[in-house]
Design a protein around this ligand. Structure first.
Ligand code: FAD
Ligand code: DLZ
Ligand code: SF4
Length: 525
């Protein structure tokens, strides 16, 4: 009889996971591919392949160490299809004295976990997930008594606490934030760095065939699949990023270019979120590059801020505010998600490019997510649940703890300003400045109204007219609101007219089109 049954979930693939602390001879590790997790949303095919292949490799590595692993595969005919069901079956098989788990990344799974002790009739120890710099309790203490939660202040606290990029008690280079030096447009003759991609091995190829057979209608292309599925590959991806991309990461952080989906971005989020890399080792590698003179401070500070700041901050907000957080809808957004989010078929070239790359790679970088697909959903007033589900489906790195605050709070302002001080609303001019998309678009980015005008232009002003009373009073919105107030009645009328025509027109069709199967969309299971 094992003393402990240790249950490791699909995004807990770290050898240092708390579940394995104190592992003793005779203990059994349980891992389970379960149907419920593969379809609680219709994940991108590459996301499921990545998770299941990484799980299989992780189990094999534990076994090589001599650890007893009971691994349930998706096609196991006896499988109950759920975490709770598979744990109950394993408890019946092994009759352990206790179950050990680490807290999960999603509220819905935590609710499940809290019921296990009573359902199984034995102790279930839920351990803190110590792979983060800031525990849930520490974040709650930091947030207590604060009027607004602002990432920048949290980040400074984390820099002090961890010592990253600090000299004594001061930030290196004399500033906390080097963003003013970042975010340049790409030079005309720019060539994106070559990126390390991984060929599917036998395990991944087997999972790809399984996923194609079981989920042929899920969103996204199954191939080419270039993600790493082991810790060794994730470490190679980290090394390649530090050497080839980090030096220019800051400069081109906000740039977008047709045919260059990854640019200088890390593409490490799927590995971080699965547990194949730790946030700590990624930040250490970046700081080491700066100290060795291999990358400038604006790049390294900008990169570390994303991980030590934003990633920890959104997780803190998620656990502090759930479950009510997901229910807020501060801007009363009610529109269904247009069909083109699934098909990519739209005349708006920026959206067509970003959705196309998302289908091809289960990836888009931050500015594409925030300022193209997110910005459009914000301006068009897409209902929070509809757009949140899309983001949870389509990206290889999407788990609710990180997806929800980024979409609900940052992209669509549905939390009314808890996470961001103002909505990230932008007109076509921003997209034109940061990308080459507008040059090949059916719409004219310079035209403000009329049938050829870029929809982002009139939707932007329509957004401020529609939401003026719901927006926070902040100096950061002073400029657009001043311009709006000075706008003539005639121009306001034109904007409202064009916005209404567009929002009621064919681009916004939310019904599946001819040749576009309902199965491909987010429609109920
Ligand atoms: P880089 O740009 O190279 O950044 C480095 C690392 O910083 C990332 O790997 C990531 O771990 C971290 N990071 C950067 N920004 C954020 C952020 N805002 N929140 C959390 N971590 C951050 N990230 C996810 O991991 N999962 C999601 O489901 C997700 N959904 C998003 C939805 C929207 C609408 C927006 C605006 C952002 C979302 N992000 C999400 C954050 C960010 O866009 C991705 O982490 C990033 O694009 C991943 O690519 P990268 O590894 O190349 O990142
Ligand atoms: C995302 C995912 C998928 C697609 N499949 C599995 C699975 O079969 N088994 C598993 O343990 N985990 C899977 N996951 C990751 C879980 O959804 C994730 O652990 C929870 O959402 C908690 O964050
Ligand atoms: Fe997008 Fe407008 Fe530019 Fe077209 S013109 S690519 S719709 S921003």
């Amino acid at each position: 009889m094992p003393k402990a049954l240790r249950f490791i979930l699909g995004d807990q693939l770290s050898r240092s996971i708390a579940t394995l602390d104190g592992l003793a001879p005779g203990d059994v590790v349980l891992m389970a591919e379960v149907a419920d997790e593969t379809r609680y949303v219709r994940h991108h095919k590459q996301k499921i392949v990545l998770v299941l292949s990484a799980m299989r490799h992780f189990a094999a590595e534990l076994r090589e160490e001599g650890i007893a692993v009971d691994y349930i595969r998706l096609d196991d005919p006896e499988s109950t299809g759920s975490f709770s069901g598979e744990l109950a079956r394993a408890v019946a098989r092994y009759r352990p004295k206790r179950v050990v788990v680490t807290e999960p990344g999603e509220w819905r799974v935590r609710e499940m976990m809290l019921g296990w002790e009573a359902a199984l009739g034995l102790p279930v120890e839920i351990r803190d997930d110590d792979r983060f710099f800031c525990s849930r309790a520490e974040f709650a203490r930091w947030a207590e008594g604060r009027n607004g939660l602002r990432m920048e202040f949290f980040y400074r606290e984390m820099r002090r606490r961890t010592g990253f990029l600090m000299e004594d008690d001061a930030p290196v280079g004399g500033k906390w934030n080097f963003d003013p030096e970042n975010r340049k447009a790409l030079p005309a003759k720019f060539r994106a760095p070559d990126r390390l991609r991984f060929s599917p091995d036998a395990v991944t190829t087997e999972v790809m065939a399984l996923i194609e057979a079981r989920f042929p209608h899920h969103f996204g292309d199954r191939a080419p699949f270039g993600w790493g599925v082991t810790r060794e590959e994730a470490l190679a991806a980290l090394d390649a990023f530090i050497a080839d991309c980090l030096p220019s990461f800051g400069d081109y952080q906000d740039a977008m270019k047709t045919g260059a989906p990854f640019l200088h971005h890390a593409t490490l989020s799927p590995y971080l979120n699965l547990g194949l890399l730790t946030a700590h080792e990624v930040c250490v590698a970046a700081e080491r590059a700066w100290r060795a003179g291999a990358a400038p401070i604006n790049a390294v500070e900008g990169f570390i801020r994303q991980i030590l700041g934003w990633r920890e901050f959104v997780r803190g907000v998620y656990w502090l505010k759930m479950p009510d957080y997901a229910e807020t809808n501060a801007l009363h957004a009610m529109r269904p998600l247009p069909c083109f989010y699934w098909s990519g078929e739209t005349r708006m070239n920026c959206l067509r490019q970003v959705i196309g790359e998302t289908k091809a790679h289960a990836y888009a970088h931050h500015i594409q997510r925030l300022m193209v697909t997110g910005n459009f959903a914000l301006l068009a007033g897409v209902a929070p649940r509809e757009i949140e589900e899309w983001y949870l489906v389509v990206y290889a790195d999407a788990y609710e703890w990180v997806e929800l605050p980024n979409v609900h709070g940052m992209a669509i302002f549905a939390d009314g300003g808890l996470l961001a001080s103002k909505p990230y609303a932008a007109s076509g001019a921003y997209i034109d400045r940061m990308s080459d998309y507008c040059k090949s678009c059916a719409y004219d980015v310079k035209a403000k109204t009329g049938p050829k005008a870029c929809p982002f232009n009139y939707l932007y002003w329509n957004f401020f007219m529609e939401n003026r009373e719901r927006l926070p009073i902040t100096p950061r919105l002073a400029m657009p609101l001043k311009t709006l107030d000075a706008m003539s009645a005639e121009r306001r009328h034109e904007i409202r007219r064009d916005a209404a025509a567009f929002l009621g027109g064919p681009e916004m069709d939310a019904r599946p089109r001819a040749g576009y199967s309902e199965e491909q969309g987010r429609l109920p299971l």
